[in-house]
Design a protein around this ligand. Structure first.
Ligand SMILES: C[S@@+](CC[C@H](N)C(=O)[O-])C[C@H]1O[C@@H](n2cnc3c(N)ncnc32)[C@H](O)[C@@H]1O
Length: 212
């Protein structure tokens, strides 16, 4: 751990979440990467990856090609791998977070990629995009990129913080994509505490968005 990393788990979560801008958040994730799994990796501390994986297991074939957007150290990828998925690609802008994920041998490919920009993947090249822990961090415009990457009938399985969905601009982009007949809301799960110990007020829902 560097001197800059706050002392307690709760303070580290807070420090990263409250980074003032995109570049600083990326830098803080790089610094946090080595301690991330011991801070939030336990299922009882961070329920969202397991909940996303459960829904993915209900809507996708095990052979599905899946993009894990903002994959971090691979907690969601691991939950998917444990459920039998084996064709999963990781993207994240923190090379240090991805380096931890690389060591777990979960993903078929790992790409350092800032989702403020378009990815290099071909259109319609994924059956699904999954994302977890990202509503208030990744740019909402990446929803357009996810829609571009999905084959018709493909799914986005998204661990959504509904307040951030509105305040961070996802809802506006979703309306635009619905109006263009690119995405529809397939299902919306019941709210649960995604980080019951460190952020008990963060109520999360698993949403499935369908590419039309
Ligand atoms: C809270 S972590 C979640 C990681 C993983 N999905 C999980 O659930 O453990 C958020 C991740 O989003 C990544 N991220 C944030 N903004 C991003 C961006 N603009 N482009 C790509 N990745 C981004 C961060 O680097 C970090 O790894």
């Amino acid at each position: 751990m560097t001197d800059e990393l706050p002392q307690t788990k709760a303070a580290r979560v807070d420090w990263v979440i409250r980074a003032p801008d995109n570049a600083e958040m990326r830098r803080r994730y790089d610094i946090w990467a080595n301690a991330y799994d011991s801070d939030v990796g336990a299922v009882e501390d961070y329920l969202a990856p397991m909940e996303v994986a459960k829904v993915v297991g209900q809507v996708l074939e095990r052979s599905a090609r899946i993009l894990d957007a903002g994959a971090g150290t691979g907690l969601l990828g691991q939950a998917l791998k444990d459920s039998g998925f084996h064709n999963i690609v990781a993207v994240d802008y923190s090379d240090q977070m991805l380096e931890i994920a690389r060591g777990k041998a979960i993903y078929t490919e790992l790409h350092i990629c800032d989702l403020n920009n378009a990815t290099a993947f071909a259109p319609a090249s994924f059956d699904a995009v999954v994302t977890c822990g990202t509503t208030s961090q990744m740019p909402s415009a990446s929803l357009r990129e996810f829609a571009r990457l999905l084959r018709p009938g493909g799914s986005i399985v998204f661990a959504v913080l509904p307040e951030a969905w509105e305040s961070c601009g996802w809802a506006v982009i979703m309306k635009e994509l619905e109006a263009a007949h690119r995405l529809t809301l397939g299902s919306r799960g019941v709210p649960f505490q995604m980080m019951p110990t460190t952020e008990p007020d963060f109520m999360c829902e698993i949403w499935v968005l369908k590419a039309t």
